[in-house]
Design a protein around this ligand. Sequence first.
Ligand SMILES: [Zn+2]
Length: 284
Amino acid sequence: MPLVNLKKLIVKANRENYAVGAFNFTNMETLQAIISAAEELKSPVIIQTSEGAINYMGLNYVSAMAVAAAKSAKVPVALHLDHGGSVDMAKDCIKAGYTSIMIDGSSLKLEENIDITKKVVNIAKKTKVSVEAELGKLGVISDLISTADSSMFLTEPKEAKQFVKDTKVDALAIAIGTAHGPFKKDPKIAHDRIEEIKELIKMPLVMHGASGVPDKDIKEAIERGINKININTEIRQVFSKAIKDKFAGKPDTYKIRAYLEPGRSAVEELVKDKIELFGSVGKG
Ligand SMILES: [Zn+2]
């Protein structure tokens, strides 16, 4: 079937209390792995790219692969821009066939975030493309910095209510104690905050930085109101590890397919585990 928009997938998830996985892809193999996993478990799925991945693959390649993947898939697939940074980027992606856009104005002042989000919503709704925005600040973890423990800025429920009223977004990413990148110790998820926000705005909420969050916290976050969960870091980790494990110490091979196949299989297994955890099996 053709690509569907994000709203179609997450409104149902919101009503029925589960989450749809949003999985980042970087090449054909990771995309195929995500789609196969979703098909096997009859789950709806969101495939997404960061701007970095778009720069790597080229927007035309991304959209051609995503359209082909969705067309032959037996489950609904949405193509989403992860952390879009500008109105121009949003426009380019909509033109290329994306069915959902995240505009990330979370580093801006509230009024500026509202302003840029409204601009994207106005453009997107003309073609029934969905929009996700972010409010609050997520942590960042890398080898150089870790803001996950010390300086989290959780989303304020009242601010969230005003924000969605002003912008009319379809989904809201909230800061609840997760971070982008690999956690060094288990994060502390602000489950009460999820529930407070959900009670006020009753719309689909998004968890970013979910790689490495313990399963019990993911389940509780879904119970409290999360309906879209982003997985990126773990995909990259299992893809790379599978290839390194398979070829460590082996004589050189020049067979590209042989190199990439273990990565693809590992991602497929990971995505299946996540879909089961998120409760979307059979919802496609
Ligand atoms: Zn994110």
